[in-house]
Ligand binder design. Structure first.
Ligand SMILES: Nc1ncnc2c1ncn2[C@@H]1O[C@H](COP(=O)(O)OP(=O)(O)O)[C@@H](O)[C@H]1O
Ligand SMILES: *[C@@H]1O[C@H](CO)[C@@H](O)[C@H](O)[C@H]1NC(C)=O
Length: 257
């Protein structure tokens, strides 16, 4: 195979969401009527990959799916979104979920510690260029409460002490805080107020967009990168679904590019 240059390389999980809507949960063994069913594409790594691709990044996914119809359609989903699938393998063994890691060929590594574990291997703090997590992940990793901007700044400082060079903690409608090891100040980047309909996958939209901006605008200040990624994620919360709510470049204001 010839060498290809990618803007964004995502190593992570692909999950097929089987979503049934019903008025209530069935009791054990009970059959009830539902009123809607759909199959969606999810998985933290794949979500981030799709968001970066939809913004125009040359993107490849590194993952393994099953040798089954879900695996086949997932690969087709990547192709439909312009994601390179040469590194998406298929296996007849059960697949394992993994925390997602995004690597761009500009050697920048964005690490998203999800699902978070309190005793995360300390190397992850040191080797990632941007350590990006949400409030609950920051809370779990640092052991202290993260529910407002002040607490997020403190948790971010703790993550810097553990060896991160840059930390972003996302806080839903409160936006995010950005901290850099070389600077003693932390910056709060507020989110634009929107009417949120479904916030599922907002964090993955944010990280996918972050990877896009870091790859395409390598000299852009991180606060500006975070502000724009927040705008993209802010669009995704205004519609139902995960990948189905992720905007394409054509849906976004020209000032974001
Ligand atoms: N209700 C909201 N209003 C405006 N922006 C939002 C809202 N929820 C999420 N966002 C945007 O998406 C980003 C990531 O969302 P967050 O909820 O922190 O991630 P996660 O999905 O991991 O919990 C936020 O930093 C913000 O920019
Ligand atoms: C943070 O992300 C994790 C993993 O995606 C998710 O389970 C959790 O609900 C998120 N926390 C918040 C506060 O949204």
């Amino acid at each position: 195979m010839t060498e290809e240059a990618f803007d964004v390389i995502v190593v992570g999980s692909c999950m097929t969401d089987l979503v049934s809507q019903s008025q209530r949960l069935p009791k054990e063994g009970e059959t009830i009527h539902g009123h809607n069913f759909f199959i969606g594409f999810g998985g933290k790594g794949a979500n981030q990959c799709i968001q970066a691709a939809r913004l125009g990044a040359k993107t490849t996914m590194v993952a393994k799916v099953g040798k089954d119809s879900f695996g086949e359609s997932y690969i087709q989903n990547f192709k439909d979104n312009g994601v390179h699938t040469g590194f998406v393998g298929q296996t007849s063994d059960a697949a394992t979920g993994v925390a997602s890691i995004i690597v761009t060929d500009a050697v920048t590594t964005i690490f998203n510690p999800a699902p978070a574990i309190p005793d995360l291997d300390p190397d992850f703090y040191r080797v990632s260029d941007v350590f990006c997590c949400n409030e609950s992940e920051a809370e779990l990793l640092t052991g202290s409460s993260v529910s407002n901007v002040e607490e997020a700044r403190c948790a971010g400082q703790e993550l810097l002490r553990r060896g991160c060079s840059t930390v972003i903690i996302t806080m839903g409608p409160q936006g995010c805080v950005v901290l850099k090891a070389q600077e003693s100040t932390s910056k709060h980047v507020p989110a634009t107020p929107v009417t949120a309909v479904d916030t599922t996958g907002a964090g993955d939209s944010f990280i996918g967009a972050l990877a896009f901006y870091v790859a395409h605008y390598p000299t852009m200040r991180l606060e500006e990168v975070a502000r724009r990624a927040g705008q993209v994620a802010g669009v995704s919360v205004q519609a139902m679904g995960t990948q189905s709510s992720y905007p394409h470049k054509r849906d976004l204001a020209a000032e974001l590019f």
